[in-house]
Design a protein around this ligand. Structure first.
Ligand SMILES: NC(=O)c1ccc[n+]([C@@H]2O[C@H](COP(=O)([O-])OP(=O)(O)OC[C@H]3O[C@@H](n4cnc5c(N)ncnc54)[C@H](OP(=O)(O)O)[C@@H]3O)[C@@H](O)[C@H]2O)c1
Length: 392
């Protein structure tokens, strides 16, 4: 169906890496999209600048203490200002056709659900939402007519080549992983890795948390769980392969032997544009893939010994129940502790493993139960943090 008139977009996590790139895509869209609301966490200056530049109607800072500063920064612009967790949910509830879910972590769950429950299209970057509450989120989509369109580049690739009319002919999904900054490092080297080294991704410029997740390869583990909830496949049909160039963004293998891939430069604005403009496409400026430039595309298996987080995520995906929620919460705690130099790089997977091993939580049947499991897992992970500083 042809889209008439501009579509209204609300961006949750507007001050982050995906949020800023979303606003860049909207600015390039020639009026296809207008901004309804922008939501940030704490960074009032960035939020106010983005609200002015995009002509947003509403700017919301999740941190209630940011209210006065945001009001002062936007005085005289006519942009509405609000703050606090309730205002974040209200922003998701505003009548925008598309809500870009780009808050980092389980903190994005409630607002993503609020958008789904009013039948919005959610352009989903926030993979943690599907990891910690996948079945409940997809059930809410079915009940309220909400739609999830993936923004994660791997899932966007699969979304673009997955034939939903013949999903029984899909043999497997092949998620590509760059391998992150430590792809060729020894375990001894990784034990000494600093936060600065871990966030220095070779191909993608991203927020700190997902960058560390890429370094541990937990990111690919979270993405396996995300793929399981986004596409009609079994757990054993989801494969991971390391592809250091990040050109092939993922693939779908069919029963007749065909493997369909989506390729492109490593630029998040492409999957963002795909999600915003779907089912159409939009022109976007940016670097283009030049296949004549002696480009070599290589693929190798992932090393589960050096990247145990990937195995933990696979085990959790197989086991199901409360464990994906526990895995996600423990990982968020461990990554934050690593970024604060409280623990070593290899401790991240250890903390997650120990928290999973101690968990007795049962499968959640409501969002309140997800939140309770998440909170308990965070306490468990905090208790598992080694106290010896950065020595891993
Ligand atoms: N970056 C990428 O290329 C990429 C690719 C694929 C998927 N993703 C996924 O997209 C999500 C965002 O990643 P990112 O790299 O953009 O992260 P980021 O740069 O760290 O940005 C996170 C955003 O979330 C906001 N935020 C944090 N806590 C919040 C809270 N409690 N309430 C409301 N807002 C909050 C932050 O606000 P303040 O900064 O103002 O505090 C910021 O706007 C993650 O789930 C990530 O896995 C990212």
């Amino acid at each position: 169906m042809a889209v008439t008139g501009p579509r209204r977009v609300t961006v949750m996590g507007a001050t982050g890496s995906v949020g800023r790139q979303t606003l860049d895509v909207i600015a390039q869209s020639g009026g296809r999209f207008v901004v309804e609301a922008l939501v940030g966490g704490r960074d009032v200056d960035k939020l106010a600048r983005a609200a002015r530049a995009s002509g947003a109607r509403l700017a919301v800072v999740a941190d209630p203490q940011g209210y006065a500063a945001l009001g002062a920064a936007l005085a005289g612009t006519g942009i509405e200002v609000a703050a606090g967790p309730e205002a974040v949910l209200d922003a998701a509830g505003r009548p925008a056709e598309i809500v870009v879910a780009a808050i980092v972590g389980a903190a994005g769950l409630a607002s993503t659900l609020a958008a789904i429950r009013r039948g919005a299209t959610v352009a989903l970057a926030n993979k943690e939402t599907l990891v910690c509450a996948g079945s409940l989120v997809t059930a809410a989509c079915a009940a309220h007519g909400g739609r999830l369109i993936p923004v994660d580049s791997e899932h966007s690739a699969i979304f673009q080549v997955f034939d939903r009319s013949q999903s029984d002919q899909v043999e497997k999904l092949i998620l590509t992983a760059s391998g992150g900054p430590f792809r060729t490092r020894s375990l001894a080297d990784m034990a000494r890795a600093t936060p600065a080294e871990a966030v220095a991704h070779p191909n993608w410029s991203m927020g700190a948390k997902i960058s560390v997740d890429s370094a541990t390869m937990m990111n690919k583990g979270l993405e396996m769980i995300e793929a399981f909830h986004l596409f009609p496949v079994r757990e054993d049909q989801i494969e991971v392969v390391v592809h250091p160039q990040s050109i092939v963004h993922s693939m779908v293998a069919y029963a007749d032997g065909s493997v369909l891939a989506q390729l492109g430069t490593p630029d998040m604005r492409t999957p963002i544009a795909v999600a915003l403009s779907w089912p159409q496409r939009m022109p976007l400026e940016g670097p283009r893939l030049d296949l004549r430039s002696n480009l070599s595309l290589t693929f190798e298996p992932a090393d589960l010994e050096r990247f145990p987080s990937l195995k933990l995520a696979r085990d959790v995906l197989r086991a199901g129940g409360a464990l994906p929620t526990v895995l996600n919460a423990a990982n968020e705690v461990a990554v934050a502790a690593f970024l604060a130099s409280r623990i070593g790089f290899l401790d991240i997977a250890r903390v997650v493993e120990q928290t999973l091993a101690r968990s007795t939580a049962r499968a959640p049947s409501s969002i309140a139960e997800v939140e309770a499991i998440d909170a308990e897992a965070r306490r468990g992970a905090e208790a598992s943090l080694p106290t010896s500083g950065r020595a891993a």
